[in-house]
Every structure is written in structure tokens, then in C-alpha cells.
Design a protein around this ligand. Structure first.
Ligand SMILES: [Zn+2]
Length: 168
């Protein structure tokens, strides 16, 4: 269980590679279960790569009906950090930029540790779907109230039907 990764420890480890796990609820995220991550950190010259699988269960709010629903996390994390600033002294640490399409690098700007807790917080938030819907049957709150107040004249015929089970 690791919350902070020390770059010095990483440099001194075998093959400059560290395996570690994270297993904790994250503040700011509605966790049903602790967030579990099986991670590997590698020092690659000027960069540090952290990759691995993240699992857990969180509560999200449905965009349509506003009810909370359980959402299962299971995604691959793959983050690159640059040990020294790539953009010069004017940039602040922790900034993220794209070195090529789809490959983002977080600038450590000389910082000697990586905040694993924060990394997981950011990754979990980013893994949420753009459209949060509780299920395929969700019709949404507005739609439901609309439907309740409108009576379809075609359905009124059913009100007059007499169902007699003895006839069958
Ligand atoms: Zn819903």
C-alpha cells in the first residue's frame, strides 16, 4: 500500500521498477468499495511511467433521473511523468501536457515524489463515462412526470375491459 512514490526509492530499486498496490477509499469520490490498484512504476530516463489496473465500485449520479447508481471501475492506468520540466522554469509543477496525440505527460518539474493518492483520484474521475446513465431502462425524471400527467386516449379502452378469470 503506497500513497506517495519516492523517486529516489524508485531509482535505487531493482531494474528501477517498483510494484505496489493501493487499496483505500478516496476522498471526494463516492466509493462503495475501496479503490484497488495493482501498479507498476518504472524509471525510464527522463520519465517515470506508472501503469496498472484499477478496480472498485463507486456511486455516480444519473444525468437523467438524478438517482445514485453503482458504477464498477475496471480500467488500465498508464501515466507518464517527466522528472525535469520540459517547458522551462515558467511552468508550474503538476501541469499536464500532450507530447503526442493521446500521450499526456505530467510535469514533475523537479519534484522528488509522485502523489499516488492524487493520481488515482484524477484517473478515477477521468474514467467516468461522459454520459452517466443508471441503466438502459432509465427514462429520466422529466420524461416520467410528463408521461404520468398525460393520458393516452388509445389506452383508455383498457379501462373499460372487464377481465374475468373464470371464463378461461
Ligand atoms: Zn437514471
Amino acid at each position: 500500500m503506497k500513497k506517495i512514490l519516492s523517486l529516489e526509492e524508485l531509482e535505487n530499486s531493482t531494474n528501477k521498477t517498483l510494484y505496489f498496490t493501493f487499496d483505500e477509499k478516496i476522498e471526494g469520490i463516492d466509493c462503495v468499495t475501496p479503490i484497488y490498484a495493482d501498479l507498476c512504476a518504472k524509471s525510464l530516463g527522463d520519465f517515470v511511467e506508472i501503469s496498472g489496473n484499477v478496480k472498485g465500485k463507486v456511486l455516480l449520479e444519473c444525468d437523467l433521473c438524478l438517482d445514485k447508481f453503482e458504477y464498477e471501475l475496471d480500467f488500465e492506468l498508464d501515466e507518464l511523468f517527466s522528472k525535469d520540466s520540459l517547458l522551462g522554469d515558467y511552468e508550474e509543477a503538476g501541469q499536464e501536457f500532450e507530447i503526442k496525440e493521446g500521450q499526456f505527460v505530467t510535469d514533475l518539474n523537479g519534484e522528488k515524489e509522485i502523489d499516488i493518492y492524487d493520481l488515482l483520484y484524477q484517473s478515477v474521475i477521468l474514467s467516468f463515462p461522459n454520459k452517466k446513465v443508471c441503466g438502459i431502462n432509465c427514462k429520466g425524471r422529466e420524461y416520467l412526470t410528463e408521461e404520468d400527467s398525460i393520458t393516452d386516449p388509445r389506452l383508455e379502452v383498457f379501462n373499460n375491459l372487464q377481465i374475468n378469470p373464470k371464463n378461461s
